[in-house]
Design a protein around this ligand. Structure first.
Ligand code: MRU
Length: 319
């Protein structure tokens, strides 16, 4: 089973809120179910959100809804990952949203395999790679971007070790990335987010590879905590790579103009269902942060590795 599948005119999703303890599925019978799944993070990760949104448009088309109206509703589900907006526009402008969504589904898999092949070149035998959040198969239709690079390097026979940041508050690293690596017996260790800097200082990390929710001319936006990892990596001269498909690139804005999603306080006040702070504690819970291009070594895409110094030109030249 892939992260999402289209069966009998329904969208079936792996319910990521239940992993790693239960591998269960969430069925979207209509486009409203897709919005609920995206908002509730049943499906999450920029490419997976994009393809799920495309199938949301496909369901709306089959339900004979106004696609312009539904497009606005789906776009309001989560604000930061540009893939959501890209996918909705692409299906809206197509003759048949079902066929277009299926095309995007297959393209996503091919793109990730290409990113994996391109990115494996920068991975050396013996490398220990730190990753943040989950930019794996679960964040895409399959294979993954950052973890796709890891998979390709591992499948080439390279001896690699993966370190996953826990990724508070929702624990995508602990719950999802560790689970994915364990499924394929890729050596993996979990660290608390706050340990990344120390491990770099101790020369225990050779490279960082993470995903992105948006790549713009002056940097990237990704899961909260990415900036702290990037700053540590710069300080300790650890190469810091982004792996992202072209569908995550945004021609139009500066990263500083990206809308950063703020999520519910209970994600921070509670962990695993238990309250970890006094009742009534006020919370600030930004879900993403901004990594300027001068902290980035390279951006691994299906079209090759983009030098951040040439990012502006690369984005300008995209169709
Ligand atoms: O809030 P999430 O879990 O949707 O955030 C996901 C990330 O930040 C990923 O790193 C990003 O979407 C890239 S996934 C290939």
């Amino acid at each position: 089973m892939k992260t999402l599948e289209w069966r009998d005119n329904k969208l079936i999703l792996i319910d990521q809120t239940k992993l790693p303890d239960e591998l269960t599925y969430f069925t979207c019978n209509n486009y409203i179910d897709v919005i609920i799944a995206i908002k509730g993070m049943v499906v999450r990760g920029a490419p997976a959100i994009g393809v799920a949104a495309a199938f949301g448009m496909a369901l709306a088309y089959l339900e004979d809804e106004s696609l312009e109206k539904v497009a606005e509703e789906i776009k309001a589900a989560r604000p930061t990952a540009v893939n959501l907006f890209w996918a909705v526009e692409r299906t809206l402008n197509s003759d048949n949203p079902v066929e277009e969504a299926l095309k995007m589904y297959h393209e996503d898999i091919d793109t990730n395999l290409a990113i994996g092949n391109v990115g494996a070149e920068i991975v050396n035998d013996g490398d220990t790679i730190l990753t943040h959040c989950n930019a794996g198969a679960l964040a895409c239709v399959d294979y993954g971007t950052a973890l796709g690079v890891v998979r390709s390097a591992f499948n080439q026979g390279k001896d690699i070790n993966v370190i996953c940041d826990e990724t508070r508050p929702l624990g995508q690293g602990a719950r999802l990335s560790v689970w994915e690596m364990q499924q394929e017996k890729i050596p993996v260790k979990l660290i608390p987010d706050v340990a990344a800097g120390y491990l770099m200082q101790q020369s225990q990390i050779d490279k960082v590879i993470i995903g992105a929710d948006r790549v713009a001319r002056n940097g990237i936006v990704n899961k909260i905590g990415s900036l702290m990892v990037a700053l540590s990596a710069k300080h300790f001269n650890v190469p810091f790579y982004i792996a992202a498909p072209i569908s995550t690139f945004d021609k139009n804005i500066s990263i500083y103009d990206t809308e950063i999603e703020y999520r519910n306080a209970d994600e921070v006040t509670h962990y695993g269902g238990c309250r970890i702070c006094p009742v009534g504690t006020e919370v600030i819970n930004p879900s993403f942060d901004i990594v300027p291009k001068d902290l980035i070594t390279g951006i691994i895409t299906e079209k090759g590795i983009v030098d951040p110094l040439k990012l502006k030109k690369f984005i300008q030249d995209l169709d």
